[in-house]
Ligand binder design. Structure first.
Ligand code: B12
Ligand code: SF4
Length: 558
């Protein structure tokens, strides 16, 4: 019989899955291949195939078969921290804040005929039968998942399953996982064809990596079919990777580079449409490193998004991450708001100009940061902010300065973290050179644990950090911040229809925040005040109140 293969001196070379069936030299491999599903196919032969049938008109056909692999994709458990939103998620009866987009994207790079199953440990348990079923396990993780990763890998080992690991955790530190045999480091687009070929041939290499940054125009549409939307609060998509700035502590530029690369607007809109036709109506997080890294392309996308909204009448709203210079571009802000953006996460970091200079956050320096935040709020965007304490130049008054700064800005969702040296960043390299690097980062910059020797006294810094976080989320201060925000915020752009989940979350908040919780006075003041003075902002105010409940629970645990 003639099979598809690579022609060499008139015979098929056993370097692809098909031909391995005939490769009697490797008894083990042959036995395992018999246990797998096969996909047969007939097709017109190209130059590389040996024809099975030849018709009189010269058309030639070949018969081939491929292995249909069973791939288990696992997303590890995210610990409960500020970022897990665990206590807020309960209000909307969902299980996790976001779906694992990295794995969903990698899944789309596998042959479509392979059988895939995705287990996100944040929404379901990993069953023994899942592991038994799988031929290979694909694991995607960030640093904060370390512990969960070790547990998963141990379970895979017990079932003798081969693990292929990828994602930020491994890209920046795969050496810490000697128990894993196969890694895909960096962006997977250019590497997966080889990984797939090697899986088929049973000759997986231990390391796949490249310094080349793939063109995102070739990134496939995520495999939404692998997840159940009802478990998640937000869906995520990605338009660009990379950021033009060069902040010392940032590992994004280590992983994704400083030249922003984007998908085409048509590509992103197809992804959003994929979500829409599957019934998604809620928020979508555009998880770019910096959504405005390449402003002309962002504007081109936004113009098409506005048109897409008009055409489809979708109620989907957006949130994203961007640098603070967004505030300098009113046209960009207006386009974002008109296309349905409601929130933007901005790395505000610190009121200290010395610290901004130290970490090379040039875009934040030489401006009034509170004023920039207010500009964005007036444009119709809620600003969520990242703040950092623990810079070398920080003085003992930094906690008070941060507190006043955050309160004035009206940034309700203030993610305050201790400076963390993430692997391979410029900060990490500098501290290593200075002999100040102590332990690996836990990946969670809100756990009050420094991984380097600070200039300020360690205990002072760690306890000052804890006090700051507690004070920020203390009900009186938090509700005051929401009110400051509501005063500057001018709701604009398409209105998002309230879902059933929103409605139930409101009802639940009446009971939990308005009756049971000690911050009930602040809650009712916000509730009644907003209803009377700013009815359009009422749902937003209650949403923030619910988030505050989560932050307060986490602050207590810090
Ligand atoms: C969305 C997001 C989250 C979500 C995660 C939701 C989820 N289920 O995935 C939430 C909000 C929970 C989150 C939380 C945190 N996050 Co986060 N997050 C992101 C963000 C913005 C997008 C991730 C994403 O979907 N990217 C899009 C996909 C397509 O890209 P990707 O995941 O990198 O995948 C590509 C490759 O890595 C690779 N790949 C990925 N997985 C796999 C798997 C296999 C098998 C293979 C072969 C390849 C592969 O192929 C993909 C395509 O090229 C990234 C930044 C970014 N731009 O990536 C940060 C990022 C991943 N987060 C980060 C951090 C530090 C955190 C926090 C610890 C925050 C903090 N400062 O404390 C918390 C941790 C959670 C906690 N409870 O404490 C860091 C990770 C650093 C690291 N080296 O691990 C990043 C890179 C941002 C940063 N620099 O700070 N985060
Ligand atoms: S602006 Fe944000 S993504 Fe860009 S380098 Fe700085 S911290 Fe990293």
């Amino acid at each position: 019989m003639v099979v598809r293969g690579h022609r060499s001196a008139g015979r098929a070379i056993p370097d692809c899955a098909t031909c391995l069936i005939y490769d009697g030299r490797d008894r083990n491999r042959q036995a395992s291949l018999h246990a797998k599903w096969l996909k047969f196919f007939v097709g017109p032969s190209g130059d590389n195939e040996i024809p099975l049938l030849k018709f009189a008109n010269g058309t030639r056909f070949y018969l081939g078969f491929d292995l249909v692999m069973k791939i288990l994709l696992i997303s590890p458990q995210t610990p409960d921290t500020f970022w897990s939103f665990k206590h807020a998620i309960r209000f909307v009866a969902r299980k996790a804040s976001m779906a694992p987009l990295g794995l969903l994207t990698v899944a789309a790079m596998l042959p479509p005929e392979w059988q895939l199953k995705l287990v996100d440990l944040n929404v379901e348990k990993l069953k023994d039968e899942d592991l038994r079923w799988a031929d290979y396990v694909l694991l995607g993780a960030m640093i904060v998942h370390k512990d969960s990763v070790r547990e998963i890998v141990a379970r895979c080992a017990a079932f003798k399953k081969t693990v292929i690991a990828g994602g930020p955790l491994f890209t920046t530190g795969h050496e810490a996982f000697p128990e894993i045999q196969h890694f895909v480091l960096g962006e997977a687009e250019d590497l997966m064809p080889q990984v797939v070929a090697d899986i088929k041939s049973g000759r997986l290499q231990s390391l796949y990596s490249t310094t080349h940054r793939p063109d995102m125009a070739h990134t496939p549409m995520p495999r939404w079919d692998l997840i159940n939307f009802k478990y998640y609060v937000t869906m995520s998509v990605q338009f660009s990777r990379g950021c033009p700035f060069d902040c010392e502590f940032c590992d994004i530029i280590v992983m994704n580079g400083r030249v922003p690369r984007t998908k085409t607007p048509a590509q992103l809109i197809a992804e959003l449409d994929g979500l829409r036709v599957r019934g998604w109506k809620d928020m979508v997080f555009i998880v770019d490193d910096n959504f405005i890294g390449n402003k002309p392309r962002t504007k081109a996308l936004l113009r098409e998004l506005i048109e897409w909204r008009r055409r489809t009448g979708t109620g989907i709203g957006f949130l994203t991450e961007a640098s603070v210079n967004l505030a300098d571009d009113p046209e960009l802000c207006a386009l974002m708001v008109a296309s349905g953006f409601k929130k933007v996460f901005v790395g505000i970091e610190t009121p200290s100009v010395e610290a901004l200079a130290e970490c090379h956050k040039v875009q934040n320096n030489n401006r009034d940061l509170v004023d920039s935040v207010k500009t964005l709020q007036r444009a119709g965007l809620e600003v969520m902010g990242g703040f950092i304490v623990g810079f070398d130049s920080d003085q003992s008054d930094i906690f008070k300065r941060q507190f006043d700064f955050i309160q004035r800005s009206g940034v309700a969702t203030a993610m305050v973290g201790l400076l963390t040296a993430l692997p391979q960043t410029r900060l990490w390299q500098r501290l290593k050179k200075e002999g100040r690097l102590e332990v690996e980062s836990s990946g969670n910059n809100t756990d009050a644990a420094l991984n380097f020797k600070p200039k300020l006294n360690r205990d002072f810094l760690e306890s000052g950090y804890r006090d700051l976080v507690k004070k920020l989320y203390e009900p009186g201060n938090y509700y005051r911040r929401i009110r400051t925000f509501l005063k500057s915020h001018r709701p604009a752009g398409p209105r998002r229809p309230l879902s059933r989940a929103d409605f139930f979350a409101f009802l639940k908040s009446f009971w939990v925040l308005g009756v049971l919780h000690r911050g009930r006075v602040g809650y009712w003041r916000l509730f009644i005040g907003t209803l009377i003075r700013r009815p359009r902002q009422f749902p937003h105010a209650i949403e923030l109140a619910i988030l505050g409940y989560h932050f307060r629970r986490m602050a207590k645990a810090v």
